[in-house]
Every structure is written in C-alpha cells, then in structure tokens.
Design a protein around this ligand. Structure first.
Ligand code: ADP
Ligand code: MG
Length: 339
C-alpha cells in the first residue's frame, strides 16, 4: 500500500478579490521508503499542496479531495488524532529556517518540544535526544544551547531537519529545503537529507523549483503548473525526456546540476505562470507554450498515459507528436545568459 495517497486534492483560498483556486485536482502517491519530487515555478501551488498534506493551511483555505496517510484521511481527521499524526506520521521542513524557528528559544528546546509533546519521556530524556539529533544532522550536541541567530543559514536548516526527524516520522515533506542556501551548502544539505531518510527508511516528498535537484534525489517526479500536475513519472526519465512542453522548459531552465551560474539565472521560459484567479481557457500553459495549437484553446488536458509509468497533460501525447530529446537543449538565450 502507498504510504501517502492524495486523491483529487483541491485547495481554494478565499480572498478579498474572490476565490483563488490554487490547487485544482492533484493526485499523488508515495510508496513506503520512496521519494517523490514536486517541481514547478513559484506560484504553481507546490507549498499549498505541502501544507495540505499536514492540514497546516490557513482558515481561508477551502479543501476538497482526500489525503490518505497510511490509509487515514488527514483532511477529516479529528484534531487530537491530527496532532499525533503531525511529527510522528509525517513532518515538514520549510523553506527559510529563520522564519520557522522561534528566535527567542534555544534550538535544543525547540527540537525537544515535539518529543515532549508526544509524551512518555522526561525533560532530560528529550534534551538528550535533541543532542543526538543535532549530531545526526552534523552539528555538535553542545549547539543545543544556541539561539537561531547564532547559527548560519545552513546550520539552521540542519536544525529544521533535526526537528523533522524528532518523532521518527514515516514521511518527511521538505518544501524547498535548500532554496535559501548557497550552492555548496545546498549540496551538503541535500546529501544529508538523502542519507538520513535512507538510514531511517523514511518516505519523502521533496519540493523544488529546480528540476535538476529533484532528478538527482527522487524516485518519481511530478511537475506542477497552475495548480495541477501536468507531468508525472520516474524522476530520471521525466528529467531526461520530459513529455510536457512545460517540463521541457523547466528542465532547460536548470541545465546542469551544480552549475551555479545557470542556477542563479533560470531562463528559457518567458513570462510567468497565470494568476489562479484568471486562468486562460483550455490548457493553462498555452500562452507560454512554444508548440501550442488551435485545439489547445478548447481542450483542458488531463494526465494522459505518456509511455510506461508516465503521464502528461498535453494533447500532443495523445497523437504521439512529442519529441523528447530536443527538449534537453537549453534555448540560445539561456546559454548566453549563464556563461
Ligand atoms: P508555490 O509554492 O508553488 O510557489 P503556492 O502554493 O505558495 O505556490 O501558491 C499558489 C497560489 O496560491 C499563488 O497564486 C499564491 O499567490 C496563492 N496563495 C498562497 N498562499 C495563499 C494564501 N494564504 N492566501 C491567498 N492566496 C494564497
Ligand atoms: Mg512555495
């Protein structure tokens, strides 16, 4: 059985300007011990999905569909049960640790807090465990006495990871865990996450706007655009030969793993994702798509089979006109910009 199964998840934010459909029918699955990557530009709904998985969205969010965690629906769970599931069933690592950590508490106490919350341990035991966790993420146990501002960005992100591990969850959701860090530290943190979840047999949902980061570390990959998954399949295949024009453009925007220049200058796709409150007719990627056709204004594509274990929401997969290999060549502009 899948450890995580998301069926037809919808999230609409109530805003002053009216309803904002941020997530529009997302299906995801994560097998025990496996890693799912979610890619997509800013504004495509990735964080909204991440927060929905643990029901951490603000009150203004209206949810639909199901989020099954080990067969139990997180969206309809009673509050007490939800509290138990958070941390121990699944925990989350946010982007930008400075905002997620409490500035006025020592980091050791912050790591110990969820352990105490789950009960059955003394303060001293929780503190000892916090020290152990710090060591697991590559920090000396003595750093438990430090305040967040005394740590570097990379160290703070390590603390976040220690917190996420605190109650031995079966799933960790990491939302852009390295985006705020410089490239060298990014690579270290990604290796750390990889080692820890491997050692502990934890399942993972890893979110990034950078397809190459996910291709490197995930088993499967889902590419989101305008609140939907538009492409899905084995990570290496989706990265090497994307079937959706958006997957192709996103891959071209981050041509090489560990190439700092290209990462700082994501190019290759003009414009921005649409405002969820004003989606274009037909395919929502149409206005930015280099191969859009007349029919794309009328057909709202859903995920169609696009090869073994793969699906893509583009009419071209229906008639087999997708030529993948060319997609890995970055556009001229991208090459010039990144040198
Ligand atoms: P991503 O993580 O892919 O950048 P988000 O999930 O943060 O995307 O945002 C998806 C859409 O929902 C965006 O249009 C964003 O402006 C909107 N949004 C996110 N959070 C809220 C909120 N709390 N209230 C209203 N709109 C929101
Ligand atoms: Mg986000």
């Amino acid at each position: 059985m899948n450890y995580l199964e998301v069926n037809d998840l919808t999230v609409t934010y109530r805003t002053q300007g009216g309803p904002l459909p941020a997530v529009r029918g997302v299906d995801l699955t994560v097998e025990p011990g496996s890693k799912l990557g979610i890619a997509g530009e800013s504004g495509c709904g990735k964080s909204t999905v991440a927060l929905a998985l643990l029901r951490l969205l603000p009150k203004s969010a209206v949810l639909g569909g199901r989020v099954l965690l080990d067969g139990e629906d997180v969206l309809t769970m009673k509050w007490g049960r939800l509290r138990a599931v958070r941390w121990a069933g699944a925990s989350i690592v946010f982007q930008g640790a400075m905002h997620a950590l409490n500035a006025v508490h020592r980091i050791g106490d912050q790591i110990a807090e969820p352990i105490l919350l789950h009960g059955g341990v003394t303060r001293a035991e929780a503190a000892r465990r916090a020290g152990e966790l710090l060591e697991q993420v590559g920090l000396p146990a003595a750093r438990a006495a430090a305040y967040p501002h005394e740590l570097s960005g990379g160290q703070r992100q390590r603390v976040m990871i220690a917190m996420a591990l605190a109650c031995e969850p079966r799933l960790i959701v990491a939302d852009e865990p390295t985006t705020a860090l410089d490239v060298m530290i990014q690579a270290q943190i990604l290796r750390l996450i990889d080692r820890l979840i491997g050692d502990h047999g934890i399942s993972m949902v890893m979110i990034s706007h950078d397809l190459s980061v996910l291709a490197d570390t995930c088993d499967r990959l889902a590419v989101m655009y305008a609140g939907r998954v538009v492409e899905e399949g084995p990570a290496a295949e989706v990265f090497a030969a994307p079937r959706h024009p958006y997957g192709q453009a996103l891959g071209a925007a981050f041509p090489r793993i560990g190439d700092p220049a290209s990462r700082r200058n994501p190019r290759g796709l003009p414009g921005d994702p649409p405002d969820p409150a004003a989606l274009p007719s037909g395919c929502s990627f149409r206005p930015r798509c280099g191969v859009a056709e007349e029919r794309c204004a009328h057909v709202d594509p859903t995920l169609w089979p696009a090869g073994p274990g793969r699906r893509a929401a583009c009419v071209r997969v229906l008639d087999g006109t997708v030529e993948a290999p060319a997609a890995r060549t970055a556009p001229e502009t991208a090459v010039e910009e990144t040198r």
